[in-house]
Design a protein around this ligand. Structure first.
Ligand code: ADP
Ligand code: MG
Length: 251
């Protein structure tokens, strides 16, 4: 399965050297509980994610979606197993290396948007650019482009409370793309939105995957969003119980 891809890519001509952006092997996460028990949040998940895809991770509440996304994004460390990002072992990285990974190469989108209330839309998008020490001119230009990209060019000066939930999530999406990450990780990005707005947001993420060439892994418990994905992975009790690509999703 995944190893075949890994062994063969070196022998391909450069334009075909497309290794998976994320590879997960035997990923396990146990949470210790009071009283000596453990919760098996993830029970040995293996999968690889191809570049430029929109992958939806579905499953009921408690099935392990957040645990999986946090491990892939270097926000948590596994009990066993490995995550590699672009061929680098995330599980072996120091805290410092993880910070760099999260700051430069991964964009995060959360259910609760996570915008800073006292900052305008533009200033919120600018935050990650300040952390990577982009120049003032670069920052201004990039913020303008990003807000246009998510359809909020006219709302740059608005504070989060002056924006609808869907608009706030658009700002958060623009912010996630600020440093041109190769991977977007979105945990229930539509969870606080009505179903129509949720669908618009998912359609936007899909459009950005196509136009920006970014890869996206999106957790959702909403089955109606799955038809927008290139691939849907279903978790149940911390294990993959189904994995289907767009061809099978459409039928
Ligand atoms: P999902 O995102 O699909 O709702 P989670 O990954 O959040 O699922 O949780 C998977 C399981 O792990 C659940 O049983 C949850 O209660 C448990 N869990 C998650 N985080 C913790 C934690 N920090 N401590 C103990 N148990 C946890
Ligand atoms: Mg969750």
């Amino acid at each position: 399965m995944t190893t075949a891809t890994d062994d063969t890519w070196r022998y391909l001509p450069p334009e075909r050297r497309i290794r998976p952006i994320v590879q997960v092997e035997g990923l396990t996460r146990d949470y210790p509980m009071g009283g000596g028990g453990v919760v098996h949040a993830l029970g040995g998940v293996s999968m690889s994610v191809a570049r430029g895809q929109l992958v939806v991770v579905q499953g009921r509440s408690g099935s392990g979606k957040t645990t999986l996304l946090n491990l892939i994004g270097g926000l948590d460390r596994p009990t066993r197993g490995t995550v590699s990002f672009d061929g680098e072992d995330v599980t072996a990285m120091s805290e410092r290396e993880l910070i760099r990974l999260r700051r430069h190469r991964i964009g995060f989108i959360f259910q609760a948007f996570g915008l800073i209330p006292i900052l305008s839309a533009a200033e919120n998008v600018e935050v990650p650019l300040r952390l990577t020490h982009a120049s003032v001119d670069e920052r201004e230009e990039r913020v303008r482009i990003l807000l246009e990209l998510v359809g909020l060019g006219e709302r740059a000066r608005h504070r989060p409370h002056e924006l609808s939930g869907g608009e706030q999530q658009r700002v958060a999406i623009a912010r996630s793309l600020a440093n041109k990450p190769s991977l977007l990780i979105a945990d229930e990005p539509t969870g606080q939105l009505d179903s129509q707005t949720g669908r618009t947001i998912m359609t936007l993420i899909r459009a950005l995957v196509r136009s920006e060439g970014v890869t996206a892994i999106v957790a959702t418990h909403d089955p109606v969003l799955i038809d927008l994905a290139d691939r849907a992975i279903e978790l149940s009790d911390g294990r993959i119980v189904s994995d289907s690509t767009a061809a099978t999703l459409a039928s």
